[in-house]
Design a protein around this ligand. Sequence first.
Ligand code: FES
Length: 351
Amino acid sequence: MTYPAEHSEHTGEVERRAADGDPIPDPGLHEPPPRYTDVDPSANKRAERQVVGMFTLASVFIVASIVAYVLFEIEPSEGVSNVGDVQVSNFALGITLGLALLLIGIGAVHWSRSLMTSPEFAEKRKPLTSSEDVRQDTLASFNTGAHETGFGRRKMIRNSMFGALALLPLPAVVLLRDLGPLPGDSKEHTVWDEGVRLLSDVTYEPIRAADVDLGQLINVMPETFRELPEHGPERLNERAKSPVMLVRMLPEELSPAQGRENWHIDGIIAYSKICTHTGCPISLYERTTHHMLCPCHQSTFDLADNGKVIFGPATRNLPQLPLAVDDQGYLIAQSDFTEPVGPTYWERGTR
Ligand code: FES
């Protein structure tokens, strides 16, 4: 059954009618059932006293919080720790202000539910559709416009305009070329390669395995980075992709995945420094848990467990760089990374 709405000229309100044309009676407003405070004057008085009591007690706690603030000394005195005083002060301020807010809230709710009148209101809606007159006017002005422009008659003008509009986006597509060369497979490779030494990115010196301390983290770069042109996109590109961090832990703390058993040198492991979420550089290393935290969105990786994501929005483990030592005891890469470094992207392959 449908209920067409009719617009009353006089009131602007909607009168609903059933399919047979009979008006549907307005259900009217409901009187809420009386509350205990409506029928019992002593209960009404008691509720009023309770509300007043809560607001008064809240005022007492507010004053108490000011007293607590003044009372407890939190300025450090020379050579004496005041941590205990600060804790007591914080506790006193928290408890007094917290209780004051709680009492104000409970008092307000009690007041509104027990004592305030709560009549029911209904807001009548106006019809959302335009009136028949307005619709006819709109249609007439549209037809007049179509006639005056000759849009329907002058087919050649119309079609040539559509053609021009269809070609209009093309220059924008051509201008995309100015954004630079397509990345191709450059995201799949870095300048790390078999035998490339790891350089400290502070001293630019190669690193001996024996010089890396337990728990130490060193940011490193590939030795081949020095051979890149001083400026230009190639250097910038590699600078963005190649940073690596080196950490040392006890070999027995590592749980290398199958095939990665020989990727560490006596507990020294290396991972890409580029977060696999959106590419922030990471190096907040928690030595006792071996967790590496990205400061941007808190992705956390377990370096003892193949750079596995254990928290946060990243969905890929940190790529690991396989390590070896050369005959002079310096750390070198066994190969490039075996998977793309950096954020996940849509064309990422499975290498
Ligand atoms: S970039 Fe590292 S968590 Fe977002």
